[in-house]
Design a protein. Structure first.
Length: 125
């Protein structure tokens, strides 16, 4: 007897995958509005030019005219976020300093214990 088993050829019953069927393809064709592809990357207007004569604010990168109030508002929001982060970082530094002081005290205490233990060992010998 051989270990190989012969299976019947059922290749007539097998369907070949040609294309994935999209049930909503007809809906996309009926749409009146289609989205345009994104062109340029969004500009945050970080580099501005202030024209005092025309009283305008223009982005130097994308050359768009920027509303001065919106630009000042966005800068103020960024500054508020930076101030909050700075406060939290200062608190973190303070807690790390306190931890460092505790570690330094522990180190001096350990050194003193080692000295006393060495002195006791030398006295016992």
């Amino acid at each position: 007897m051989s270990n190989e088993t012969e299976y019947p050829d059922n290749s007539d019953n097998v369907l070949a995958f040609t294309k994935r069927f999209n049930e909503n393809a007809d809906i996309k064709e009926m749409l009146n509005v289609s989205k345009a592809k994104k062109g340029e990357v969004y500009c945050r207007h970080e580099r501005i030019e202030i024209n005092e004569h025309q009283r305008s604010v223009t982005c130097r990168r994308c050359k768009a005219v920027v509303d001065p109030f919106d630009w000042i508002n966005s800068v103020a929001k960024k500054e508020a976020i930076i101030a909050w982060e700075l406060t939290s970082l200062r608190l973190e530094i303070k807690s790390h300093r306190e931890g460092l002081e505790k570690l330094k005290r522990e180190e001096t205490n350990c050194k003193a214990r080692i000295r006393t233990a060495k002195a006791k060992l030398e006295a016992d010998i």
